[in-house]
Design a protein around this ligand. Structure first.
Ligand code: SAH
Length: 505
């Protein structure tokens, strides 16, 4: 059950559409959401804003291998398979058509006289300061490579706003709160959150907004999306979002965000971009998969010629799995960066109060072989033209949970639940109905499509098959997990009394 402050929030959501999407009115009517949502959402504006329309495809995800697991952690042994290695070609001064990033990757491998880990490859490809995939362009939407939930519909950011306001209520409505978004992309989620919560003045005026974003190009896009302006007070300059009047700050990492205030953290499709290590079980034990250069100077996968330092993370991950689970898997992906950032989140929430909501596609268990590359809404080979396609991997929510719990007894971890359950419980059906009251036919169609993409069932959010078989939604593949300070109690909608319903019920 929603507590009364939350219900009051929902009632006041602005009744305006922002150009996003929604689900079919009739289907929405079939399945009205639980009580809290209507009351807060009623206070939102009910006109569409201008979120970009949904595209036909968005980061399809490979079917994850079954939840197989490996032999007991105690049996972890490392063997070296040198058969796949080759001598890298001599350095040449021949002109090459290689991009700067490819030249850079090749030079690392040549300089080391050996392969690099998949994690190092992924990190360079995505976030190399000069030529990483995210660094110099806007990669989202139909004209980009993939589409994310906030870009599908304004309702996504609005409902995350409901979640944030409910948490703020549970925190006792602190006068100042840090709202941190990790990896904000275009800033669409936050813009919809702020527009949706505009009437909750006590909430919006409490906000200090921090965007953790490594890409200077995307920082500029976020500045515009949040309608930021620079204000000068003598020599002091501060940036303010005209959507709510809150100050906005950018940092390249969470560590750099000042602590000391109650904190609300949102991370949507951020963890899937963090670099993963891949390990493979062979007849003689486990080896790390690496990226090397073949004779013809193309990239190829090999197994590590020697035990790698990251095996310590494999060992750590295996401690959180049963021996039965471990026996079944031939491959494991481990994301030390996700563990580290989760520890930072838990540490911050433990000392400052508040909570975090992590939404991403992933599994509540060991991830085997999920790394994928997507260019222009189509899968491509992971080693094909690095830097020109998005790389991402399933998020291991079990590892996130344990990483957080190990940091402090003052925090609790909730979920994961599916995106469909999260949005259904927060009131997406009520919200779509409210928006449908106040829109033209084109907007209504966009709302319907967006609704189904957000909460619909499906293996992957994008589809290359025949149109009549396009059932693909993000509702079940995407999972949501909350980490909160125990002082805040259970967060909505993870609280025991809160019905975890799917919008389809
Ligand atoms: N949350 C957005 C964007 C997801 S894409 C959405 O749902 O639309 C991943 C985002 O994280 C991008 O903004 C990317 O530039 C940023 N990012 C990726 N790796 C990062 C890192 N290591 N540090 C900071 N930001 C990162």
């Amino acid at each position: 059950m929603f507590r009364s402050p939350a219900a009051a929030l929902l009632r006041r959501l602005a009744p305006r559409l922002s150009g996003g999407t929604a689900g079919s009115a009739s289907s929405a009517r079939r399945t009205l959401p639980p009580h809290l949502a209507p009351s807060v959402l009623a206070r939102f504006s009910s006109t569409p804003t201008s979120s970009p329309p949904p595209s036909s495809s968005a980061g399809e995800r490979d079917d994850e291998a079954e939840d197989h697991e490996l032999p007991g952690a105690a049996r972890l042994s490392i063997s070296v398979d040198r058969s796949g290695l080759c001598s890298p070609p001599e350095h040449s001064h021949e002109p090459s058509s290689d991009s700067e990033l490819i030249k850079h990757l090749k030079s690392i491998i040549k300089f080391r006289s050996g392969p690099i880990s998949v994690a190092e490859y992924m990190e360079e490809v995505l976030t190399n300061p000069q030529s990483g995939y995210y660094m110099n362009r806007d990669v989202f939407g139909e004209s980009g490579d993939f589409i994310t939930s906030p870009e599908v519909s304004q309702m996504f950011g609005e409902l995350i706003g409901v979640w944030a306001m409910c948490l703020w209520e549970q925190m006792g409505q602190p006068e100042k709160v840090n709202l941190i978004e990790l990896g904000p992309g275009r800033g669409t989620l936050l813009a919809d959150l702020l527009r949706g919560s505009a009437k909750f003045v006590n909430f919006t005026k409490a906000l200090n907004i921090y965007l953790v974003e490594c890409s200077p190009t995307l920082q500029k896009v976020q500045y515009n999306t949040l309608r930021c302006e620079d204000e000068h007070d003598g020599d002091e300059k501060r940036t303010v979002s005209k959507l709510c009047g809150a100050p906005v700050y950018w940092h390249a990492s969470l560590e750099q965000v000042p602590s000391g205030l109650p904190t609300i953290i949102v991370a949507h499709e951020f963890f899937d971009a963090l670099p993963i290590h891949q390990f493979q079980k062979g007849s003689r034990g486990w080896s790390e998969k690496m990226v090397d250069l073949a004779e013809d100077s193309s990239f190829r996968f090999v197994l590590s010629p020697q035990p790698t330092a990251s095996l310590i993370f494999l060992s750590k991950r295996c401690q959180w799995a049963s021996s039965e689970q471990l026996e079944k898997v031939e491959q494991i992906e481990v994301c030390p960066k996700a563990m580290e950032i989760t520890e930072q989140i838990a540490d911050r929430i433990s000392s400052d109060g508040g909570g975090a909501l992590i939404i991403d596609y992933g599994k509540n268990g060991i991830v085997s072989d999920s790394l994928q590359a997507i260019r222009k809404h189509k899968f491509v080979h992971i080693l094909d033209e690095p830097g020109s396609a998005d790389l991402s991997a399933y998020v291991d929510f079990t590892a996130i949970k344990h990483s957080a719990e190990e940091v402090s007894d003052d925090i609790s971890v909730h979920g994961p639940m599916t995106q469909s359950q999260l949005l259904g419980s927060l009131g997406i059906n009520f919200r779509v109905e409210a928006l449908m009251q106040n829109c033209d036919e084109k907007q209504a169609e966009s709302l319907r499509t967006g609704y189904w993409r957000l909460v619909g069932d499906g293996e992957a959010p994008f589809w290359e098959g025949p149109d009549d078989q396009t059932p693909i939604g993000m509702g079940t593949r995407y999972l949501a997990m909350a980490i909160v300070n125990k002082k805040q109690g259970s967060p909505v909608p993870f609280s025991p009394g809160w019905r975890r319903r799917s919008p389809f019920e």
